[in-house]
Write a protein that binds this ligand. Structure first.
Ligand code: SF4
Length: 164
């Protein structure tokens, strides 16, 4: 005779095997086509990011929503521009307020390495000192096409991610 706990465990295992993969696909599909971003803009890359959001490039057709609302609704942090050491704790605070799962894009040389100010005493040599970065967009500034490419790369990453 099988113990009730062992039976429940076996049923759970069968259920996870049966619906785990379709469920993972469905949840990831929903997430990757409804990315809700918060932008942290400190310098000139924001001009190109603004151009990306115009009708010519239209990132909403890929599922990147308009940036508004509360940080607690956002799941994508996009950082562009120089991040000073004074500002770094505020940036970390923004990241910490976002719920899991969340993703980060570093746009432009300044956000990736400190850019022109890489050896300055008061500039962070890249935001990955503060938080995990999922996609980097190199350039000074990167063009809108690069932003769209980064978005598609991030979506591929989300599509393959495991449910936590
Ligand atoms: S990477 Fe270049 S364009 Fe972007 S914020 Fe830095 S200096 Fe400006």
């Amino acid at each position: 005779m099988v113990a009730p706990n062992a039976l429940v465990g076996k049923v759970n295992e069968i259920l996870v095997q049966a619906i785990g993969e379709p469920l993972r696909y469905l949840v990831n599909w929903g997430r990757l086509y409804s990315l809700w971003p918060v932008h942290v803009e400190t310098a000139c890359c924001s001009i190109e990011f603004g151009a990306t959001h115009g009708p010519r490039f239209d990132p909403e057709r890929f599922g990147l929503l308009e940036a508004f609302g509360s940080l607690r609704q956002c799941d994508l942090l996009i950082v562009f521009g120089t991040v000073t050491r004074k500002f770094a704790p505020r940036l970390k605070m923004i990241y910490d307020q976002m719920p899991e799962p969340k993703w980060v894009i570093a746009m432009g040389a300044c956000a990736i390495t400190g850019g022109l100010y890489f050896d300055s005493y008061n500039v962070l040599p890249g935001i990955d000192d503060l938080m995990p970065v999922d996609v980097y967009i190199p350039g000074c500034p990167p063009r809108p096409e690069s932003v769209l490419q980064a978005l598609i790369m991030l979506q591929e990453k989300i599509r393959k991610s495991k449910l936590r």
